[in-house]
Design a protein around this ligand. Structure first.
Ligand code: HEM
Length: 140
């Protein structure tokens, strides 16, 4: 069970990061070019939202199964364990909250330029937070 969830979380991370990069790039370009917000722009942001929420759910399950998750919590002097048991989970939960706020702000916005802006800013911040706390040495 642990093995499967760990591999899933590791592989799904590629999809989550790819879709976030695409959503941030698409909304930034849309904002800068002052173009209309089309259904495809909404779809890109929605796919990124869904995929990151799936990653969050799997991450939460992994946190209870992994020897590097909850069971490693407490040894805060060990930087690698502090990363996987505290910094990575906490930062990613905050990042996904920001992404969700961005989605909801885009829905409330009436003008296309404000829709693009909400996605670019909130998804962009979320992406930066996620990238800042990936356990790169475990991943590659
Ligand atoms: C979009 C959000 C997230 C991304 C992109 C992400 C990505 C990753 C990556 C690339 C790894 C290294 C995988 C490997 O060992 O090959 C990892 C490990 C881990 N992640 Fe996440 N993660 C996210 C969210 C979360 C959340 C929300 C939690 C917990 C609440 C979490 C818990 C963990 C744990 C415990 C590990 C260490 C697993 C192990 O190797 O045993 N992750 N994550």
């Amino acid at each position: 069970m642990y093995d499967f969830i760990q591999k899933f979380h590791s592989g799904w991370a590629y999809l989550a990061l790819l879709l976030l990069v695409v959503a941030v790039a698409n909304s930034t370009l849309g904002f800068l070019s002052k173009r209309e917000f089309f259904a495809k722009d909404k779809k890109i942001a929605l796919f990124a939202l869904i995929v990151t929420h799936i990653q969050l759910t799997v991450g939460l399950v992994l946190y209870f199964l992994s020897p590097l998750g909850l069971s490693a919590f407490g040894d805060m002097k060990n930087a690698a364990l502090r990363l996987t048991s505290l910094e990575h989970p906490l930062t990613n939960v905050i990042a996904i909250i920001l992404i969700t706020i961005g989605w909801s702000k885009h829905k409330k916005a009436l003008e296309g330029k404000n829709k693009f802006k909400a996605i670019a800013i909130f998804y962009g911040l979320g992406l930066l937070l996620i990238l800042s706390r990936i356990p790169w040495s475990l991943w590659f």
